[in-house]
Write a protein that binds this ligand. Structure first.
Ligand code: URA
Length: 264
Protein backbone atom coordinates (compact mmCIF):
# COMPACT_ATOMS: atom_id res chain seq x y z
CA UNK A 1 0.00 0.00 0.00
CA UNK A 2 1.35 3.46 -0.82
CA UNK A 3 1.87 6.22 1.74
CA UNK A 4 -0.88 8.50 0.29
CA UNK A 5 -3.34 5.60 0.39
CA UNK A 6 -2.43 4.88 4.00
CA UNK A 7 -2.71 8.57 4.92
CA UNK A 8 -6.17 8.60 3.38
CA UNK A 9 -7.26 5.50 5.31
CA UNK A 10 -5.87 6.78 8.59
CA UNK A 11 -7.55 10.19 8.13
CA UNK A 12 -10.85 8.44 7.37
CA UNK A 13 -10.51 6.23 10.47
CA UNK A 14 -9.81 9.29 12.63
CA UNK A 15 -12.88 11.02 11.25
CA UNK A 16 -15.10 8.01 11.96
CA UNK A 17 -13.64 7.75 15.44
CA UNK A 18 -14.36 11.39 16.21
CA UNK A 19 -17.87 11.44 14.77
CA UNK A 20 -19.42 8.22 16.07
CA UNK A 21 -19.95 6.14 19.16
CA UNK A 22 -19.06 3.07 17.12
CA UNK A 23 -15.33 3.25 16.45
CA UNK A 24 -14.00 1.30 13.47
CA UNK A 25 -13.22 -2.36 14.09
CA UNK A 26 -10.60 -4.62 12.55
CA UNK A 27 -9.51 -8.19 13.22
CA UNK A 28 -6.52 -8.73 15.53
CA UNK A 29 -4.67 -10.33 12.65
CA UNK A 30 -5.14 -7.34 10.37
CA UNK A 31 -4.23 -4.86 13.08
CA UNK A 32 -1.06 -6.75 13.90
CA UNK A 33 -0.06 -6.87 10.23
CA UNK A 34 -0.91 -3.22 9.73
CA UNK A 35 1.24 -2.43 12.71
CA UNK A 36 4.24 -4.11 10.99
CA UNK A 37 4.61 -1.25 8.52
CA UNK A 38 6.97 1.21 10.26
CA UNK A 39 5.48 4.27 8.59
CA UNK A 40 2.02 3.26 9.78
CA UNK A 41 3.09 2.82 13.37
CA UNK A 42 3.57 6.54 14.02
CA UNK A 43 0.20 7.48 12.54
CA UNK A 44 -1.55 4.74 14.49
CA UNK A 45 0.10 5.85 17.70
CA UNK A 46 -1.46 9.24 17.17
CA UNK A 47 -4.82 7.95 15.94
CA UNK A 48 -5.32 5.10 18.35
CA UNK A 49 -3.60 5.55 21.68
CA UNK A 50 -4.65 2.59 23.81
CA UNK A 51 -3.25 0.05 26.24
CA UNK A 52 -3.37 -2.52 23.44
CA UNK A 53 -0.57 -0.59 21.74
CA UNK A 54 2.01 -1.88 24.16
CA UNK A 55 1.04 -5.38 23.15
CA UNK A 56 1.16 -4.50 19.46
CA UNK A 57 4.58 -2.91 19.72
CA UNK A 58 6.19 -6.32 19.54
CA UNK A 59 4.00 -7.38 16.62
CA UNK A 60 4.08 -11.14 16.11
CA UNK A 61 5.58 -12.52 12.92
CA UNK A 62 3.57 -14.52 10.41
CA UNK A 63 4.52 -17.88 11.92
CA UNK A 64 3.30 -16.65 15.31
CA UNK A 65 0.10 -15.26 13.80
CA UNK A 66 -0.64 -18.63 12.22
CA UNK A 67 -0.35 -20.52 15.53
CA UNK A 68 -3.71 -19.53 17.06
CA UNK A 69 -5.41 -20.37 13.77
CA UNK A 70 -3.68 -23.75 13.72
CA UNK A 71 -4.89 -24.37 17.27
CA UNK A 72 -8.50 -23.49 16.39
CA UNK A 73 -8.29 -25.84 13.42
CA UNK A 74 -6.75 -28.59 15.56
CA UNK A 75 -9.76 -28.69 17.88
CA UNK A 76 -12.42 -27.76 15.29
CA UNK A 77 -15.65 -29.77 15.42
CA UNK A 78 -17.75 -27.62 13.05
CA UNK A 79 -18.26 -30.63 10.77
CA UNK A 80 -19.05 -33.18 13.47
CA UNK A 81 -18.87 -36.10 11.02
CA UNK A 82 -15.34 -35.15 9.92
CA UNK A 83 -14.17 -34.42 13.46
CA UNK A 84 -15.21 -38.01 14.29
CA UNK A 85 -13.64 -39.67 11.29
CA UNK A 86 -10.32 -37.81 10.99
CA UNK A 87 -7.06 -39.00 12.48
CA UNK A 88 -6.01 -35.37 12.81
CA UNK A 89 -6.50 -32.04 11.08
CA UNK A 90 -4.11 -31.01 8.32
CA UNK A 91 -3.42 -27.31 8.68
CA UNK A 92 -0.76 -26.38 6.15
CA UNK A 93 2.97 -26.62 5.64
CA UNK A 94 5.85 -24.51 4.44
CA UNK A 95 7.18 -21.03 4.78
CA UNK A 96 4.75 -18.55 6.36
CA UNK A 97 6.70 -15.77 4.59
CA UNK A 98 6.38 -17.47 1.21
CA UNK A 99 5.70 -15.49 -1.95
CA UNK A 100 3.96 -18.48 -3.45
CA UNK A 101 1.08 -20.43 -1.94
CA UNK A 102 -0.58 -23.58 -3.32
CA UNK A 103 -4.14 -24.49 -2.48
CA UNK A 104 -5.41 -28.03 -2.82
CA UNK A 105 -8.70 -29.71 -2.15
CA UNK A 106 -8.60 -31.78 1.03
CA UNK A 107 -6.32 -34.24 2.81
CA UNK A 108 -6.33 -37.78 1.52
CA UNK A 109 -5.58 -40.89 3.52
CA UNK A 110 -1.81 -40.26 3.66
CA UNK A 111 -2.22 -36.63 4.67
CA UNK A 112 -4.75 -37.61 7.35
CA UNK A 113 -2.21 -40.02 8.80
CA UNK A 114 0.82 -37.73 8.58
CA UNK A 115 -0.86 -34.39 9.37
CA UNK A 116 0.75 -32.70 6.37
CA UNK A 117 -0.81 -31.69 3.04
CA UNK A 118 0.30 -33.27 -0.23
CA UNK A 119 2.46 -36.11 1.04
CA UNK A 120 0.78 -38.95 -0.90
CA UNK A 121 1.27 -39.76 -4.59
CA UNK A 122 -0.24 -36.49 -5.81
CA UNK A 123 1.87 -34.67 -3.24
CA UNK A 124 5.05 -36.32 -4.43
CA UNK A 125 4.24 -35.11 -7.92
CA UNK A 126 3.62 -31.60 -6.59
CA UNK A 127 7.03 -31.74 -4.87
CA UNK A 128 8.59 -32.69 -8.24
CA UNK A 129 6.85 -29.80 -9.97
CA UNK A 130 8.16 -27.47 -7.27
CA UNK A 131 11.67 -28.83 -7.75
CA UNK A 132 11.46 -28.20 -11.49
CA UNK A 133 10.50 -24.62 -10.61
CA UNK A 134 13.60 -24.43 -8.40
CA UNK A 135 11.62 -24.45 -5.15
CA UNK A 136 11.75 -26.76 -2.17
CA UNK A 137 8.55 -27.49 -0.27
CA UNK A 138 9.98 -25.32 2.52
CA UNK A 139 10.13 -22.30 0.19
CA UNK A 140 6.40 -22.18 -0.52
CA UNK A 141 3.25 -22.60 1.57
CA UNK A 142 0.82 -25.43 0.88
CA UNK A 143 -2.69 -25.69 2.30
CA UNK A 144 -6.06 -27.17 1.44
CA UNK A 145 -9.61 -25.84 1.35
CA UNK A 146 -10.62 -28.56 3.85
CA UNK A 147 -8.49 -29.28 6.89
CA UNK A 148 -10.09 -32.68 7.52
CA UNK A 149 -10.09 -35.72 5.30
CA UNK A 150 -13.58 -36.16 3.81
CA UNK A 151 -14.97 -39.30 5.42
CA UNK A 152 -15.68 -42.38 3.35
CA UNK A 153 -17.80 -45.42 4.25
CA UNK A 154 -15.76 -47.91 6.25
CA UNK A 155 -14.27 -50.70 4.21
CA UNK A 156 -14.08 -48.51 1.06
CA UNK A 157 -10.92 -47.20 -0.58
CA UNK A 158 -10.09 -43.88 -2.14
CA UNK A 159 -11.06 -40.32 -1.37
CA UNK A 160 -14.23 -38.37 -1.92
CA UNK A 161 -14.52 -34.73 -2.93
CA UNK A 162 -15.54 -32.25 -0.22
CA UNK A 163 -19.16 -31.11 -0.29
CA UNK A 164 -19.99 -27.43 -0.88
CA UNK A 165 -21.18 -27.19 2.75
CA UNK A 166 -17.93 -28.66 4.10
CA UNK A 167 -15.95 -26.23 1.97
CA UNK A 168 -18.00 -23.23 3.09
CA UNK A 169 -17.61 -24.26 6.71
CA UNK A 170 -13.84 -24.69 6.50
CA UNK A 171 -13.03 -21.82 4.11
CA UNK A 172 -12.64 -19.12 6.81
CA UNK A 173 -9.50 -20.91 8.09
CA UNK A 174 -7.92 -20.75 4.66
CA UNK A 175 -8.95 -17.11 4.31
CA UNK A 176 -7.11 -16.37 7.56
CA UNK A 177 -4.03 -18.27 6.36
CA UNK A 178 -3.95 -16.24 3.15
CA UNK A 179 -4.57 -13.02 5.05
CA UNK A 180 -1.57 -13.70 7.28
CA UNK A 181 0.81 -15.12 4.67
CA UNK A 182 -0.08 -12.55 2.00
CA UNK A 183 1.61 -14.44 -0.81
CA UNK A 184 2.46 -12.62 -4.02
CA UNK A 185 0.92 -15.42 -6.07
CA UNK A 186 -1.68 -18.11 -5.33
CA UNK A 187 -2.04 -21.34 -7.27
CA UNK A 188 -5.32 -23.27 -7.04
CA UNK A 189 -4.93 -26.95 -7.87
CA UNK A 190 -8.02 -28.26 -9.59
CA UNK A 191 -11.66 -27.27 -9.99
CA UNK A 192 -12.66 -28.22 -6.44
CA UNK A 193 -10.03 -25.89 -4.96
CA UNK A 194 -11.33 -23.13 -7.24
CA UNK A 195 -14.89 -23.76 -6.12
CA UNK A 196 -13.84 -23.69 -2.48
CA UNK A 197 -11.82 -20.51 -2.85
CA UNK A 198 -13.86 -18.46 -5.31
CA UNK A 199 -17.25 -20.14 -4.96
CA UNK A 200 -17.21 -20.51 -8.74
CA UNK A 201 -17.77 -23.69 -10.71
CA UNK A 202 -16.15 -24.13 -14.05
CA UNK A 203 -14.29 -26.61 -16.18
CA UNK A 204 -10.53 -26.68 -15.95
CA UNK A 205 -10.40 -26.17 -19.69
CA UNK A 206 -11.88 -22.70 -19.31
CA UNK A 207 -10.28 -21.81 -15.97
CA UNK A 208 -6.65 -22.88 -16.21
CA UNK A 209 -3.74 -21.14 -17.81
CA UNK A 210 -4.76 -17.58 -17.14
CA UNK A 211 -4.68 -15.12 -14.30
CA UNK A 212 -7.57 -14.73 -11.93
CA UNK A 213 -7.53 -12.89 -8.60
CA UNK A 214 -8.44 -13.70 -5.04
CA UNK A 215 -8.69 -10.68 -2.74
CA UNK A 216 -6.32 -8.73 -4.98
CA UNK A 217 -3.75 -11.54 -5.11
CA UNK A 218 -2.96 -12.95 -8.58
CA UNK A 219 -4.33 -16.47 -8.78
CA UNK A 220 -3.22 -19.09 -11.30
CA UNK A 221 -5.50 -22.06 -11.77
CA UNK A 222 -4.02 -25.31 -12.96
CA UNK A 223 -4.76 -29.02 -12.95
CA UNK A 224 -4.55 -30.95 -9.71
CA UNK A 225 -1.48 -33.25 -9.68
CA UNK A 226 -3.87 -36.21 -9.22
CA UNK A 227 -5.21 -35.38 -12.70
CA UNK A 228 -1.69 -35.70 -14.10
CA UNK A 229 -1.35 -39.09 -12.40
CA UNK A 230 -4.50 -40.23 -14.19
CA UNK A 231 -3.58 -38.61 -17.52
CA UNK A 232 0.08 -39.19 -18.16
CA UNK A 233 0.11 -37.61 -21.63
CA UNK A 234 3.03 -35.18 -22.07
CA UNK A 235 0.56 -32.62 -23.46
CA UNK A 236 -1.21 -32.46 -20.08
CA UNK A 237 2.08 -32.15 -18.16
CA UNK A 238 3.08 -29.38 -20.51
CA UNK A 239 -0.15 -27.48 -19.76
CA UNK A 240 0.58 -27.52 -16.04
CA UNK A 241 4.19 -26.60 -16.74
CA UNK A 242 3.14 -23.63 -18.87
CA UNK A 243 0.97 -22.44 -15.99
CA UNK A 244 3.97 -22.76 -13.67
CA UNK A 245 6.14 -20.80 -16.11
CA UNK A 246 3.60 -18.00 -15.89
CA UNK A 247 3.85 -18.19 -12.10
CA UNK A 248 7.66 -17.97 -12.24
CA UNK A 249 7.43 -14.98 -14.55
CA UNK A 250 4.96 -13.27 -12.23
CA UNK A 251 7.37 -13.82 -9.34
CA UNK A 252 10.25 -12.40 -11.42
CA UNK A 253 12.16 -15.67 -11.16
CA UNK A 254 14.78 -16.40 -13.79
CA UNK A 255 13.75 -19.16 -16.22
CA UNK A 256 16.39 -21.25 -17.97
CA UNK A 257 16.11 -22.51 -21.52
CA UNK A 258 15.91 -26.03 -20.14
CA UNK A 259 12.97 -25.06 -17.95
CA UNK A 260 11.19 -23.41 -20.89
CA UNK A 261 11.47 -26.60 -22.91
CA UNK A 262 10.19 -29.14 -20.39
CA UNK A 263 7.63 -31.60 -21.77
CA UNK A 264 7.88 -30.26 -25.33
N1 URA B 1 -4.96 -33.74 -2.62
C1 URA B 1 -5.22 -32.51 -2.14
O1 URA B 1 -5.96 -31.74 -2.75
N2 URA B 1 -4.65 -32.17 -0.99
C2 URA B 1 -3.83 -32.94 -0.32
O2 URA B 1 -3.33 -32.53 0.73
C3 URA B 1 -3.57 -34.20 -0.84
C4 URA B 1 -4.14 -34.60 -1.99
Amino acid sequence: MTQPALDFIIAALKKIRESTNHPPRASKTLLAQFQHAPFVAASLREARPSPARQQLQSAPNKAELLEPVRERVRVCTKCAHLACSRTQTVFGVGNPDADLMFIGEAPGVDEDQQGEPFVGRAGQLLTKILKAMNFAREDVYIANILKCRPDTPSGTFGNRAPTPTEMQTCRPYLVEQIEIIQPKVLVALGAVAVEGLLGMRGTMRELRGRWHAYSGIPLMITYHPAYLLRNQAPSEKRKVWEDMLQVLERLDKPITERQRNYFL
